[in-house]
Write a protein that binds this ligand. Sequence first.
Ligand SMILES: Nc1ncnc2c1ncn2[C@@H]1O[C@H](COP(=O)(O)OP(=O)(O)OP(=O)(O)O)[C@@H](O)[C@H]1O
Ligand SMILES: [Mg+2]
Length: 341
Amino acid sequence: MISARQLSKHFRGPGGKDVVAVSDLTMDVEEGSLTAFLGPNGAGKSTSLRLLTTLLEPTGGSARVCGFDIVGEPAEVRARLGYVGQKNGAGMYQRVRDELTSQGMLYGLGRAETRRRVEEVVEALDLGEVVDRKTMQLSGGQKRRVDIALGLIPAPRLLFLDEPSTGLDPQSRAHLWEHILELRHRYGMTLFLTTHYLDEADQFAERVMVVDQGRIIADDTAPSLKANLAGDRITLSVAGPWDGADAIVRRAAAVTGVSEPTIQATTTADGARVVVHLDSGDRVLPHLIRGLHEAGRLVLTADLARPTLDDVFLNLTGRSLREEGRHESVPEQPQTAGVPR
Ligand SMILES: Nc1ncnc2c1ncn2[C@@H]1O[C@H](COP(=O)(O)OP(=O)(O)OP(=O)(O)O)[C@@H](O)[C@H]1O
Ligand SMILES: [Mg+2]
């Protein structure tokens, strides 16, 4: 569906400085797949989407989308894809229903099919109450749902969504995902989206690409990305001193076939806090607690943490995506063109 080779986009930043927004983007995206693009603010996610949807001309490289060249055949590309941008695209003065209808007609769906699709998306995105109002009278989250509805109307073969769920309340987010997955199932739609919600990428995308400073720095399934990390972390607090209990941890790991746990114990007011890094923590933990109990040691608390996509990003870049990604409730951030990150 998408085949990009060394695609790049440079902008002229303040003082004529060259800003590399996208650098050497090379990827192939299979028909019917769901890919999530993750990365901090300014990583180049939106610019990549705007290149692939022909809204921007690349500085270098090439790409074919739905079988057509993005530079040579932009009209062919546009006719086959849907795009929901990061900023609101819905018009201000039209009624929601009229806007959705014009969108269907623009895509050449015909009157009856357009009417059917409008009813479908209105229901899927809970727009029933606002469908006869003008976009300018809607709340931010309602406008966002209209934007997404506009992108979904043509049920395109390939749909790009730039932060579709940012600004939506949890219920609308859940509805949106239900509808996206349903459309995908029904039409075999290929989805390519950006999100700052790591849980969405983790749960729904079969492929996760992590972008930083215009480059793809990881590209795999979420489970593989997480599995490549150091593994799980068990944190125990025990009563009394830890002295010599490392052997109990090693034994519990060995019984489960897990090798080389790393163990760090620190003394606390009422005993010790022990952090164990290892694989398959879920299988080792019961043996560990039993072993400690049999050795007469009292376990006060036990916690198992598995790596998240945020740990993946932290491991790759030394920075947390979660902190940088929390921008939904913050006013629009100034563009950081030319500022070294
Ligand atoms: N029209 C433009 N002119 C100059 N610089 C731009 C322009 N559009 C984007 N940039 C710069 O390109 C870089 C990538 O921006 P982009 O919007 O693609 O980031 P993003 O990953 O979508 O970030 P966010 O998570 O904030 O949406 C940033 O440094 C940005 O400032
Ligand atoms: Mg963006």
